[in-house]
Design a protein around this ligand. Sequence first.
Ligand code: COA
Length: 256
Amino acid sequence: MTELVTVAVDGPIMTLSMNRPDKKNALTNAMYGVLADGLQRAQDDPAIRCIIIRSEGDSFTAGNDLSDFASISVGSGPTVRHVTRFLHGLATADKPIVAAVHGLAVGVGTTMLLHCDVVCVTEQARLVTPFVNLALVPEAASSLLLQARIGYARAFSMVALGEHVDGKTAVEWGLARYLAAPEALRAKALAIAHTLAEKPIGALRATKRLMRDSALIAQTMDRESEVFAERLKSPEAAEAFRAFAEKRAPNFVQFS
Ligand code: COA
């Protein structure tokens, strides 16, 4: 069976690759589990000095699998949600993380980038966080980190209006660091990962811990998760997921 997330270690670099291209790399609970395990292994293994996150197919990821969300909304979701472990793993990782982003990066596809240290994008990348369009709220500490990075006005437009941000704009706004041609994206990410892997890892880890307030991030994630879980079970969200499955626009004005 095809692995939906591959984990490859080559020398000091671990590469986590989302590999569900027929579904635009939408992330299922099991996929989050593999990503979370990979992050934990990288954290624990002294031989691993840098992590790359990338994807196969034409999209980075279409975000959380919406049929998983639909199951949770009717109370039949998984008992263990690995997304929490994945997000906390990202927030507490003190080894550097490099992301290579092409195509669509929806929802968590964009919010996970706020936890990566070097983000490379193609011009054709599209970062989008349509939480309100799905009757949901920001997650992965993005209610804090997104506006800290790009300001409230832009962050609100992304989260509430679902505005797309292209690769060039992402670099201008500081959501990404490097713009690369599609054929050069992976090589760029790999070169940066090798450069980081040669740095003194003790200093690098201490620097990350100083520059990222992981306690505040974890606290924000937990607060968001509570509201997110409530919203997932709302009639508004049920309508959003039904509309996606039925390939139609949602009708939210029926709710007051
Ligand atoms: N969850 C589950 N399946 C998804 C998905 C998601 N988040 N995103 C895409 N897919 C599936 C589609 O259902 C479709 O499956 P099918 O071929 O069995 O019908 C397949 O992936 C291809 O998607 P499609 O919609 O046909 O491609 P597109 O290029 O027209 O549009 C998107 C791509 C990503 C813009 C669109 O699929 C979309 O809006 N997805 C939802 C994104 C989202 O809201 N994510 C959650 C964020 S919190």
